[in-house]
Design a protein around this ligand. Sequence first.
Ligand SMILES: Nc1ncnc2c1ncn2[C@@H]1O[C@H](COP(=O)(O)OP(=O)(O)OP(=O)(O)O)[C@@H](O)[C@H]1O
Length: 594
Amino acid sequence: MKDLAYLNKFFYKYRWRFIPGILFVIISNIFGVLPAQVIQISFDLVSENITVYRLFSGFDRQDVINEIFGYTLMLFGAIVLMLALLRGIFLFFMRQTIILMSRHIEYDLKNEIYNHYQKLSMAFYRRNNTGDLMNRVTEDVSRVRMYLGPAIMYTINTVVLFIMIVAFMFSVNAKLALYSLLPLPLLAITIYFVNTMINNRSEKIQEQLSALSNFVQETFSGIRVIKAYVREDDVREKFDVESENYKSQSMALVQVQALFFPLILLLVGLSTIITVYIGGIEVMNGTISSGNIAEFIVYVNQLTFPVMSLGWVTSLIQRAAASQKRINEFLHTKPEITSPRSQAAAISGHIEFKNVSFTYPDTGIQAIKNISFEVKPGEFVAIIGRTGSGKSTIANLLMRMYDTDSGEILIDGKPLRELDLNSFRQQIGFVPQEVFLFSDSIKNNIAFGISAPDQETIEAAAKNAAVYQNIVEFEKGFETLIGERGITLSGGQKQRLSIARAIIKEPQILVFDDCLSAVDTRTEEQILNNLGRVMKNKTSILIAHRVSTIKNADKILVIEGGEIMEQGSHRSLMSKKGIYFELYEKQLLEEQVV
Ligand SMILES: Nc1ncnc2c1ncn2[C@@H]1O[C@H](COP(=O)(O)OP(=O)(O)OP(=O)(O)O)[C@@H](O)[C@H]1O
């Protein structure tokens, strides 16, 4: 429950909806309870009038009495209708204030979580899977809203109504009140247990449903592999099993749900019978009128729904507390990478790694060991090495996706940690190893990193990334949609689009993480030539596997096991006849064989 206290700030924020909301609940309940008393009066009136009517049997006056009696009953009917109408109006206001407040808080909370997500670092995203992150913003927030809206509304409603009705009941007859109320606690407890069972089973169904949809989604994504390996039957069998599971869980829920309403009706019926029985005895004793029995029956029926909602509300609050606990866990996660309060400044592109070591926090793999190197502004530096040697990690550290464990990264002589992060990242063009393009038009994908793109700049970037010709050949050119709703691009086309996305920023530092691997050597040469022009006097860092890609670099770093084994120009490394020389010879041989 203490987790829900986090939401109190929202109650304060929306107090001018919340406080009137509570008032409307109280007023609507007054109009809800009064009809029972009107019914009691009219009931007694009916029995009195019948006696009077009989007394005047055979007299002319009997018709007059009949007429007056009819008018009076009509009047009472109209009063009950009026009260119902007034109650309805205030119920409308109650929903307009409290439920509306809950929707506003839901919106605020979703935004708060989403904004917090944006601040969290890569390490957080590696620790938590996407499904979990999604659930916090969708499922969990919805559950919390059920507490903020319906649960609070029904709790206030139940408390107010209960106090009013119980007070009225006891003022009429304490004994009858006690007997009539007797089955109600039983009703609340039963509803609580049945409801918890329904919730547990619904939750299992939800889990099974998401397992089922994950399975289906994966089979659709991997349909090419499934068909190529002729595993359709196998996949169908697995689907059958998952589907069967879902069915049996749904059946289990239906069973409990089927029990729900008959049980309620039984308990309410029991209350009514007790009221009539004990009330009858009291009428015979002369302590109450027969109209009071009618009044009590209305009260008992009016209490049924609030008492039922007590059980329902309890489980709603429990679920909301569990959800808010999960949300709080995320909201209280401090971003590991924070930007200091420093001025945004233009960088010249001087990079220095000084004895940098880094271990990935989630796996404990030491990817970088005591690395030192320097890149001067305007230089073209290449990094080469076996897979898993730590090349991408250098790029990640430079982008400050992670902070170093020891050592320092200096940009223009200043520690990277002291630079304004947004301004620094804005001046870097980064092309990651795993290309990611949004399900949007080609144009918007290229212009992703800039605020006011114009067609000319987009086309120039596409030309420099040697992808322009491919784009204009598509029917809709730059407006072509890619991703799920659009066309599928080839691996090389995707890589070149993400290169265009980096180049369009006119960055001071360009970082290419092995993003020419799916491009043929001729196109690669073309891109590198264009880069030479675009990146003149700007710093470029290029991670590659092919020696041919990096031959012209000012400096080449050869990485192995997270350490720099050799560094220098192509010529100096060749004359050294070390690892680089060996790599070159091997690749040359492979090319000749091909
Ligand atoms: N996000 C991560 N979390 C945990 N460990 C990681 C992560 N990324 C890489 N590693 C590990 O760190 C080591 C270095 O990986 P890195 O990606 O830097 O190598 P690489 O030289 O770029 O390899 P490749 O050429 O295959 O891309 C590897 O052992 C890898 O398993």
